[in-house]
Design a binder for this molecule. Structure first.
Ligand code: UDP
Ligand code: MG
Length: 326
């Protein structure tokens, strides 16, 4: 059962909107003017009705005021102000919950997802695809270490899960209403959106683009956050790290059994051999290490189960701007 569907009841689309653009914003003030300028210059020529839903994710700068000013001068720009910073994945979920368009496109506020690609996505959607995702041909403005770790991670997760999560793909994609309704039924608190988007299936296709550097401001990601994001992805979509320990344990037991047999035979033939401190130490430390790692892995999953069973709502909204039924 969808835990947050109750919030959606009183939001019925009064007029049908074709496209909903969702922009999660966390301290993005310097990017907003240019973002709206570019978005609108792409959306207007399409000849479709549209809304731009900006989710202010507890920004500490002037992002909210700036968004509200834009809303005042253009009613297609709507604002959801969350009660605090919940992180990009949850901010995006809030946007998806309140979007009413026949197709929905989440896009970053820093213009790393070029708005010009929207027209290609819409064209593919009109051909009959349900999901059109942007695949990065290149990434500028990111260090080779970040690119390498990102690539490594997507390869690893691909090996661990049967779900096909497209490589070099972020959250920038067009999704049909049917897909959005499917995603809204996924109640988990730990939301690895890229994985959820892939998990629901439907008819998918990619369009390629060159990912530019951030327009202004700084990325909110650092290596610690990325590591945790990777753990989130793996634990949400694979139980391999849990299961692998049975096999490692089995292999170690087999080796131990062979070694024990050798020791017994050797003792029977040549008698008791007192020295053995080094081998004892090595075995004890090695097994201790393996056991701690296993516990750590179980802990990662247990912590997430703990998060899920509390069944807290994903987010709280402080104010809405531009939603008719609010
Ligand atoms: N973002 C958010 N909440 C956060 C962190 C980021 O809504 O806690 C938004 C941010 O405003 C931007 C998008 O998520 O629109 C991507 O963030 P960022 O550019 O920092 O990530 P990167 O592109 O470096 O992966
Ligand atoms: Mg960015």
């Amino acid at each position: 059962m969808n835990t947050y569907s109750h919030k959606l009841k009183n939001i019925q689309p009064e007029e049908t909107i074709d496209l909903s653009i969702i922009v999660p914003c966390y301290n993005e003030e310097p990017n907003l003017d240019y973002l709206f300028e570019r978005l609108i210059s792409v959306l207007e020529p399409l000849g479709m009705t549209y809304e731009i839903i900006c989710v202010n994710d507890g920004s500490q700068d002037n992002t909210l005021n700036c968004l509200v000013e834009h809303h005042d001068s253009n009613s297609a720009i709507k604002v959801i102000n969350l009660s605090r910073n919940f992180g990009k994945e949850v901010a995006m979920t809030a946007g998806l919950d309140y979007a009413t368009g026949k197709a929905v496109i989440p896009i970053d506020a820093d213009l790393q997802d070029p708005p010009e690609l929207i027209s290609d996505m819409v064209a593919k959607w009109q051909e009959g695809y349900d999901v059109v995702y942007g695949t990065r041909k290149s990434r500028s403005g990111e260090t080779w270490l970040k690119q390498m770790t990102a690539n490594g991670f997507s390869r690893i997760i691909q090996k661990m899960t049967p779900i096909k999560i497209p490589q070099d793909t972020g959250d920038f994609r067009l999704m049909d209403r049917q897909v959005i309704e499917a995603i809204k039924q996924l109640p988990e608190t730990h939301r690895f959106m890229k994985g959820l988007f892939a998990w629901v299936g439907f008819k998918q296709i990619s369009v390629e683009y060159d990912r530019p550097a951030r327009y202004k401001g700084e990325t909110k990601w650092n290596y610690w956050k990325l590591w945790n994001f990777a753990l989130e992805g793996i634990t949400s979509f694979s139980a391999v790290p849990l299961k692998i320990w049975s096999y490692i344990g089995l292999s170690i037991s087999c080796i131990a059994f062979v070694y024990a047999t050798y020791l017994i035979i050797r003792t029977l033939i040549w008698g008791i051999d007192v020295p053995g401190y080094a081998s004892l130490m090595v075995v004890t430390l090695f097994l201790g290490g393996v056991q701690l790692i296993t516990l750590g892995v179980i802990g990662e999953y247990l912590g997430r189960i703990h998060g899920e069973v509390k069944r807290r709502p994903l987010y709280f909204v402080r104010e809405f701007y531009g939603f008719k039924s609010k």
